[in-house]
Every structure is written in C-alpha cells, then in structure tokens.
Design a binder for this molecule. Structure first.
Ligand SMILES: [Zn+2]
Ligand SMILES: [Zn+2]
Length: 236
C-alpha cells in the first residue's frame, strides 16, 4: 500500500526569492528577471551584439574555430546568477544545482538532442578533496537524472592547475595544457561537457581536445552561464 504524499513535499521554494513554487525551483517572476543570453555566436556561444546574422560566427571563431563543435549557456554571468554560482561552488549551496539544471535540460533537448553522454569538467583530486564536491558533477548528476543520459566518469584532471581567475587568455591556455586525460573506453560518440560557467573557453578547449584524442566524433559544451561584457536583462 502506498501512502499519499503530502502536497508540501512536492512543492519547492524558489532559490532566488524564497517563494513556494510548485514546478522547478525558480519562480516565473524570477525567471523573467534573469540575465538571459539571447544573442550569441552559433559556434562558441559567446554573446555578440544584437543584429549579427545568426549564421555568422564571432570574431574569435572566424580567426580560429574551437575544438568543441557547439557551446551554449542560457544565462550571462551577471547578478544574481554569478552570486548563486559562487554560493554553490564555494559555500556548497547545492539547492542551486537542480534549479539551474532545469534551465539546462530544455537547452540540452533543443540544441544537443543527439548527444549520447555527459561529462562534468573535473577538478583535480586535491581540489576535490579540499572543496568536498565538484559543482560541475552536481549539475551533471541532475541532468543525468532528468534525461537518462550516462555520465562519463573516466575523465580526470591529471595535473593540478592554478586557479584560472586573474590569468590572461594566453596564460589560461598554458596553465591547462595537458591537464585532462581520458582513462578507459568506450567513450560516447558525442559527449556534452557540463560546467557552471564558461569564461574564456580555455578549459573546455583543452577538455574537448582530450576527448577528441580519445576518439569522440563531436563535442558539445553546456554551461549555466557565460562570462561577457555584453548582456541584456529580460527573458527570451
Ligand atoms: Zn523567485
Ligand atoms: Zn564564436
């Protein structure tokens, strides 16, 4: 015999305003005010100024294409998203993981419908021990739960890297060279790399290269937010 589940158990509170909300953990009103990434480069997901034709890649991609085939981020790394992601990463506020995963899942279905596995950007073992968890893995877990996609857990950060913040783009690339290794097979044909925020794209670039060396055909990147100076408030 199954017991009836009290209505309250099925309800969640909005992670931004605390209002009791019955579906996902961000209420309609807060969704309306989030900094949505509405105009972006078709290839790398970098925000671009409005008016650029959709099929035209951004200046960086025109110069040199990234190792990943497509990157998308639903939000800009701006308030209150930046504050929430920092709280999740540094203060273990894990209630943000299912809230943000609900935004990622619709993008995953529309933009990466043929991907066949999820990869969380790994932390080096020592950073994982000191922080106690990996925020990308928490997002990955939520996405796996909602989509049924397998999580590839044979990706490792094989050497400790300095924190990327404060480093120039060239220094970030140097800092990350040879940082990732894929141990064991099989690898998915089209893995989707998951992280909280993409800044210069250097981390995803190195991970995509490692995945390609391991034999994958395509690599997608999906992050909650994208750091950029170009953004507009309002829902798409
Ligand atoms: Zn709210
Ligand atoms: Zn681009």
């Amino acid at each position: 015999m199954s017991l009836p589940i009290p209505d309250l158990v099925l309800r969640h509170t909005c992670v931004f305003c605390g209002e009791v909300w019955q579906t996902d953990r961000i209420c309609e009103r807060c969704l309306d005010t989030l900094p949505w990434n509405r105009t972006f480069c078709e290839r790398c997901g970098q925000p671009v100024v409005e008016g650029l034709p959709h099929e035209v890649f951004c200046a960086a991609c025109q110069k040199r294409l990234p190792a990943y085939d497509k990157a998308r981020s639903p939000l800009h790394y701006a308030f209150p998203v930046d504050t929430a992601l920092k709280a999740m990463k540094f203060h273990r506020q894990l209630m943000y993981a299912p809230a943000f995963a609900s935004l990622l899942v619709s993008l995953l279905k529309s933009e990466f419908s043929d991907c066949d596995g999820l990869v969380a950007v790994p932390l080096h073992r020592w950073r994982h021990i000191t922080r106690g968890f990996n925020q990308a893995a928490e997002l990955c877990k939520e996405l796996a739960k909602r989509t049924g996609l397998p999580v590839l857990d044979s990706v490792a950060r094989v050497r400790p890297t300095k924190s990327q913040s404060g480093l120039s783009s060239a220094m970030r690339k140097k800092n990350l060279r040879g940082a990732f290794a894929i141990n064991g097979k099989p690898v998915p044909r089209y893995p989707l790399v998951i992280d909280d925020v993409i800044t210069t794209g250097a981390t995803c670039e190195q991970l995509a290269r490692a995945l390609r060396s391991a034999g994958v055909e395509r690599v997608g990147v999906l992050t909650v937010a994208r750091a950029s100076t170009v953004f507009r408030q309002g829902r798409p």
